[in-house]
Write a protein that binds this ligand. Structure first.
Ligand SMILES: Cc1cc2nc3c(=O)[nH]c(=O)nc-3n(C[C@H](O)[C@H](O)[C@H](O)COP(=O)(O)O)c2cc1C
Length: 387
């Protein structure tokens, strides 16, 4: 891996190593990708208000999230299909998160099992739940996550159906995972053009299935995921049985409004992730940073509030914390690192963000993430109205 100076460099390196269909699966969003772009733009629109002539020798980045002390104010959020980005991608990312002192959240839709990821990591792990396969299948996975010592359950609420990711359709993703061999042929050249990736993919066992979605004793096949997701929508009334089956902290992921934050709290959520799934689901919703103040106000200290979407720089993390987030989740920022270079790529992504945050704190004249607040940022008028 040549030295990546920032997350954009890791993105370019991932683009060079991965086949088009895999890179675009990470990089793309829904429909016109308006929300995906808005997420990153919103961070640029918020400006910083530094205090000059403040000498800050050490910066404390530690944060407590759901009772667990973390070395960093950002967590690795759930990203599906990471085994396609790099052999045993989930395990490599979990190791890197543990080494950095933060959480790795394992998606339901990944190619490594709950238990294998646990064995790869000595750090805190969360499990992200989709109800694919129905209640019984989900209950079995919840029990496995509990036995393996995962410390929080993330319930994703924004995936009533899969978003329309047009890049995936153009790259032949449906044909590639389908059973019609002839239909696959025109789309296979992109894989031959990436021999390094292809060798790793074949060594890792080829096309992954989903070991955390066990249906009739077998892991769900990749080809079935779209149809299964359509029947897996979660409702607030599911939170009752999920809470009972899990018996630990629950995080509701995918909240955009104060009203839904209220519903999540009434459903028993201990934390909320202000998230639009990185602009991969409903295109046209507002940037997460813009709706964060509304959600923080509605929650009013009754739950922890996290944010994800568009974080590419440490200063983005700082801005979200200034506007009331307890911590943030990163998605593509580490997925690019994994696609570029496996575990070392994820570690590089984490290190880039960590050193960015330290530098930003020193330039702001603030010695800890706990000391950040609204006084360190200016929010453009349109944002201020929603806050
Ligand atoms: C390739 C990819 C796969 C994802 N898979 C999941 C998933 O399985 N479950 C989930 O709750 N969120 C999933 N997400 C959404 C992320 O958890 C997160 O909300 C999003 O990536 C944040 O935006 P960012 O990528 O701009 O940081 C996925 C995101 C990406 C990029």
């Amino acid at each position: 891996m040549t030295a990546a100076v920032n997350i954009a460099d890791l993105r370019l390196q991932a683009e060079r190593r991965l086949p088009r269909a895999v890179f675009d699966y990470i990089d793309g969003g829904a429909e016109d990708e308006v929300t995906m772009r808005a997420n990153t733009q919103a961070f640029r629109d918020v400006t910083l208000r530094p205090r000059g002539a403040v000498v800050t020798k050490e910066c404390d980045l530690s944060t407590t999230v759901l009772g667990t002390r973390l070395a960093l104010p950002f967590l690795l959020g759930p990203v599906g299909s990471t085994r396609l980005f790099y052999p045993r991608g989930e395990m490599r990312a979990a190791e890197a998160a543990a080494a950095a002192g933060t959480v790795y959240a394992l998606s339901t839709l990944t190619g490594s099992s709950i238990e294998d990821v646990r064995s790869a990591s000595s750090g805190p792990l969360w499990y992200q739940l989709y109800l694919v396969g129905g209640r019984e299948v989900a209950t079995a996975a919840i029990a496995r996550a509990r036995r393996a010592g995962y410390s929080a359950l993330v319930v994703t609420t924004d995936t009533a159906v899969a978003g329309l990711r047009e890049r995936d359709l153009r790259n032949g993703v449906i044909e590639l995972v389908g059973s019609d061999l002839l239909a696959r042929v025109p789309h296979t050249l992109q894989f031959l053009a990436r021999p390094r990736w292809l060798a790793g993919f074949l060594r890792d066992g080829g096309m992954m299935s989903f070991p955390n979605v066990v249906i009739d004793g077998k892991p769900m096949r990749y080809a079935d995921v779209g149809a299964m997701l359509e029947r897996a929508a979660v409702g607030w009334d599911d939170f009752g049985w999920i809470r009972e089956a899990w018996g630990g902290p629950i995080v509701a992921k995918g909240v955009h409004t104060g009203e839904d934050a209220e519903r999540a709290i009434r459903a028993g959520a201990d934390a909320i992730v202000v998230s639009n799934h990185g602009g991969r689901q409903l295109d046209g919703v507002a940037a997460t940073l813009r709706v964060l103040p509304e959600v923080v106000a509605a929650v009013n200290g009754r739950a922890e509030v996290f944010l994800d979407g568009g974080i590419r720089r440490g200063s983005d993390v700082v801005k979200a914390l200034c506007l009331g987030a307890n911590a943030v989740l990163i998605g593509r920022a580490y997925a690019y690192g994994l696609g570029a270079a496996g575990g070392p790529g994820v570690s590089r992504a984490i290190e880039i963000l960590r050193t960015d945050i330290v530098r930003t704190l020193k330039l702001l004249g603030c010695s800890s993430v706990a000391g950040l607040g609204r006084e360190f940022v200016d929010v453009p008028a349109a944002s201020a109205q929603s806050g």
